[in-house]
Design a protein around this ligand. Structure first.
Ligand code: GLN
Length: 492
């Protein structure tokens, strides 16, 4: 078969179970595509061909002997932030260019237990700080829809790999939008789960109170399959929730769009810098949901203006603390010929970290310093609580909240925005992480340059099934999610 990369996860699962093709054939097919096409996309930092083929053979044996799960033999790409035993894990940083983890992240281990085949590790902004993937030590990844544009970030490699059909689905992480924004820029479906739904064990920390892993794929149905693997309590992550996990695939039709109350925050559609095409496509998608029976309700989210400043204090503060472990002593990059211990620390960190990471460590250290702690960090924590309360109040009258995922479509590579311009692009995604809520991006059309536009739906706590179900039904009635970038049409 030459078009295995066109099949959905359900079709892959059924095809493998019915022996229409083997996991080895499927894995070889994807590896061939990566070998031919990824030189243009640059989604992968590491391709694990040999291990993937061994895993594929093991999957084929499991299928033959009747020991398979729904996903046994299906390939996946992991964001290079998830630790993989024996395989380099870089987090997009020179600091970890030589780092080989002695253990698997829980998400990776769960994937292995489910029989997933790891194709490799995909690119990202250094330590997940950024919105373009250009902050990677390994260079920029291209947007499959237009190779001169970025795929978004920080999970840009995950998004580009799936959008170019170089993986059927991928893991991502979202601290302030890093699943939803690249999904939006690349025309994919991506789910940021409720904080605590997916284990953070072995997921390299950026801002621990905000970080959350989740699935990125072509459709809500494909995301549901990966979510079934990723979600669940983990004794190794004290912030993971000991709460029953839904069967996200079985629940895909559980929520009816008919009668669903969708909140439209007034403030969100008056944001300065909201692109006219993005606004139009998002409004058209909401009209479509209305035609399907949803009730659109105008709501107020008064705290909108404080999202960016609050996040850009709390996230760097936590990052400055988390990244203090990279000192050149135990693992990671070490400066050559240090004259003393202080010189080793200083040079290892200034040579090993890129500019954006250093900027955030400086901001965070400043915000946490004795003289400014109350004025910045404590105040930001109080505002964070107000933002959460704003959402809880809104959810008293609506079931989900709609927003763009980003104010624009994908930027050009090398657009060279100032840090503040870049941070303002996160306006629609940050509050979800500050409040710990789940949210999903769904593709809803294109701008005049044929770049994808995304709709974001925000749910209340633990409503992942509902979000996937609403998007699934939207996708049954529309075909935006089935459109492919030209490069994905190329055969290997
Ligand atoms: N763009 C945001 C940032 O730079 C979000 C990144 C993320 O979610 N990891 O921090």
């Amino acid at each position: 078969m030459t078009d295995l990369h066109r099949l959905s996860i359900r079709e892959l699962s059924e095809g493998l179970a019915n022996a229409q093709f083997s996991s080895r054939e499927l894995t070889e097919h994807y590896l061939k595509r990566i070998a031919k096409i990824d030189a243009q996309v640059k989604a992968y930092v590491t391709v694990t061909a040999e291990q993937a083929l061994a895993e594929a053979d093991a999957a084929d044996a499991a299928i033959k002997s009747g020991n398979a799960s729904a996903l046994t033999g299906v390939p996946v790409a992991h964001k290079d932030i998830f630790c993989t035993q024996g395989i380099k894990t870089t987090a997009g940083s020179k600091m970890l260019d030589n780092f080989i983890s002695p253990y698997d992240a829980t998400v990776v281990a769960k994937g292995k237990a489910a029989g997933l085949v790891t194709l490799g590790k995909v690119n990202m902004d250094e330590f997940a700080m950024g919105s373009t993937s250009e902050n990677s030590y390994y260079g920029a990844t291209a947007n499959p829809w237009n190779l001169g544009h970025v795929p978004g970030g920080s999970s840009g490699g995950s998004a580009a790999a799936v959008a170019a059909d170089l993986a059927p689905f991928a893991t991502g992480t979202d601290t302030g939008g890093s699943i939803r924004q690249p999904a939006s820029f690349c025309g994919l479906t991506g789910l940021k789960p409720t904080y605590g739904r997916v284990s953070r064990f072995g997921m390299i920390a950026y801002a621990s109170s905000l970080d959350q892993g989740g699935p990125m794929a072509r459709s809500a149905e494909d995301c549901a399959y990966l979510m079934n693997v990723m979600a669940g309590h983990d004794a190794k992550d004290s912030t993971s929730m000991d709460k029953d996990v839904d069967d996200y695939v079985a629940n895909l039709n559980a929520t009816s769009v008919k009668g669903l109350r969708i909140g439209i925050p007034k403030q969100y559609f008056n944001v300065e810098g909201l692109d006219a095409d993005v606004k139009a496509r998002v409004e058209e998608s909401l009209k479509k949901l209305e035609d399907m029976g949803a009730i659109l309700v105008e709501i107020d989210l008064d705290m909108t203006e404080s999202y960016v400043p609050t996040y850009y204090l709390i996230a760097p503060a936590e990052a400055s603390s988390n990244l203090s472990r990279y000192d050149g002593v135990r693992y990671g990059y070490r400066a050559e010929n240090p004259v003393d211990l202080m010189d080793l620390y200083k040079r290892s960190r200034s040579e090993g970290f890129g500019a954006e990471v250093q900027r955030r460590i400086l901001i965070g250290t400043y915000a946490l310093s004795a003289g400014y702690y109350d004025a910045y960090y404590v105040k930001a924590q109080k505002v964070r609580r107000l933002i959460q309360q704003d959402f809880l109040k809104a959810f008293e009258s609506v079931d989900v909240i709609a927003a763009p995922s980003a104010p624009t479509t994908a930027y050009k590579i090398g657009a060279d925005l100032t840090p503040v311009e870049m941070y303002l692009g996160d306006i629609y995604t940050l509050a979800v992480n500050l409040a710990g809520l789940p949210a999903i991006n769904a593709p809803v059309g294109f701008d005049q340059n044929n770049l994808p536009v995304g709709l974001q739906l925000i749910g209340t706590y633990w409503s992942e099934s509902q979000l996937l179900s609403v998007v699934h039904q939207y996708q049954q009635a529309t075909d935006w999610h089935t459109q492919r970038a030209a490069i994905a049409e190329e055969n290997a």
